[in-house]
Design a protein around this ligand. Structure first.
Ligand SMILES: *Cc1c(COP(=O)(O)O)cnc(C)c1O
Length: 391
């Protein structure tokens, strides 16, 4: 029988290998190098930049969750994406969605372009992607839902275009995690994760992943990770392994909280727009129903003015005003000065990120406690803004 994903978070099909003592928690192999039993003989490990048993175990777990043949674990999500870009040569062209994680945009614009790779930055869910394909186009790079505007792209439809033109389809699946979406099953060639987010899940460790089911790409990644040296350390690999064990229940709880908050926000007169793909009025709702097993726990909302948005950030206490997402604690982010500060203002505005836009990464607290805090904050600000209008 094929195991369900929440079971795969706990049990690998082929357990064993270097875990000799039956320990339930996979050991942390805190070693830089490995002794050889003899000349020309090896335990299978030579040096931890190449591979380490703890990292390897984590990579097998993540590959299993994404239905890939291979995964590679990196020190951060950005290290994973930087290594991914080594697949391309000067003169290559990529099509990238315009609404991406700010760090990815910064990497493409400042590092990849310097290295001779060019980009067309487009809206992959509305523009005619095919019309941007050039002779030297090598790949399409997307997130779905996007960060922070929650645009949803039909992965299977895009993969047909990619296959027809022999382009790689790369999907950053950080926002939904493998628990809710598996892009490789929908025709993607490479899946990217910031393991810092839902996979780790506790706002305590940085990590990144590349997953593939293509042998030619696996070979290139294996060569690049040992050559450039950004593989994840043994202890951090263990922390991500531990986080993954509860991925299923965390995603379920965070997602149900997110829907409650989205509905609460919709009823607020100070809120002009709630962008959550789990709301039936979201333009991506039906695509999400088709290609994902849920809607996730990220939501973006816009206030009637910038002052209201900033006041929320000042007043929240249990909900933390912090960058990042995907952890057990609810975090609220101001994309304009945080995640997307390095994205030029005109691109930010074109993507719809205004100065009154806030992003919530909903955690696993009690839903009523979250709504109580939001309600308190909103009523306080309304009182102050009303008082100011009167005087
Ligand atoms: C955070 C994030 C990244 C970068 O990951 P780090 O672990 O912070 O380096 C990439 N993509 C998305 C969608 C992210 O949210």
């Amino acid at each position: 029988m094929k195991r369900a994903i929440e079971t795969k978070c706990l049990h690998l099909e082929e357990e064993g290998g270097c875990n000799n003592y039956g320990s339930i928690s996979y050991p942390i192999y805190q070693t830089a190098t490995y002794a050889h039993p003899g000349v020309g003989k090896s335990t299978g490990y030579d040096y931890s930049r190449l591979q380490n048993p703890t990292r390897e175990h984590l990579e097998k777990v993540v590959a299993a969750l994404e239905n890939g043949t291979d995964a590679f674990a990196f020190s951060t999500g950005m290290a994973a994406i930087a290594l991914l870009m080594e697949l391309f040569q000067p003169g290559d062209h990529l099509i990238a969605d315009a609404d991406l994680y700010g760090g990815s945009i910064r990497l493409f614009r400042n590092v990849s372009e310097k290295n001779g790779v060019t980009f067309s930055s487009i809206d992959c869910c509305r523009d005619d992607v095919e019309s941007y394909i050039q002779e030297n186009t090598k790949a399409i790079y997307i997130e779905t839902p996007t960060n922070p505007m929650m645009n949803v792209t039909d992965i299977a439809a895009l993969s047909e275009i990619a296959k027809r033109h022999r382009l790689l389809l790369i999907v950053d699946n950080t926002f939904l995690s493998p628990y809710l979406q598996n892009p490789l099953d929908l025709g993607a060639d490479i899946v990217v994760h910031s393991g810092t987010k839902y996979l780790g899940g506790h706002n305590d460790t940085l990590a990144g992943f590349l997953v593939t089911n293509r042998e030619d790409i696996r070979e290139k990644f294996a060569f690049l990770i040992k050559t450039t040296g950004a593989g994840l350390a043994p202890f951090d690999s263990w922390l991500i392994l531990r986080g993954i064990k509860t991925l299923g229940i965390r995603m379920e709880k965070a997602q149900s909280n997110a829907l409650e908050i989205a509905n609460w926000l919709k009823a607020q007169s100070a809120v002009t727009r709630v962008i959550y793909p789990g709301l039936p009025e979201h333009p991506g709702y039906n695509i999400m129903k088709k290609q994902a097993r849920g809607f996730g726990a990220m939501l973006t909302f816009q206030l009637k003015n910038k002052e209201f948005a900033l006041a929320i950030l000042e007043k929240v206490r249990m909900i933390k005003f912090a960058e990042s997402l995907g952890g057990v604690e609810t975090l609220i982010t101001y994309p304009t000065t945080q995640t997307h500060a390095d994205v030029p203002k005109e691109i930010r505005e074109k993507n719809g990120i205004t100065e009154s836009t806030l992003r919530l990464s909903v955690g696993i607290e009690n839903a009523e406690d979250l709504l109580y805090e939001l309600n308190k904050v909103f009523r306080e600000i309304e009182g102050e803004q009303y008082g100011r209008e009167k005087s």
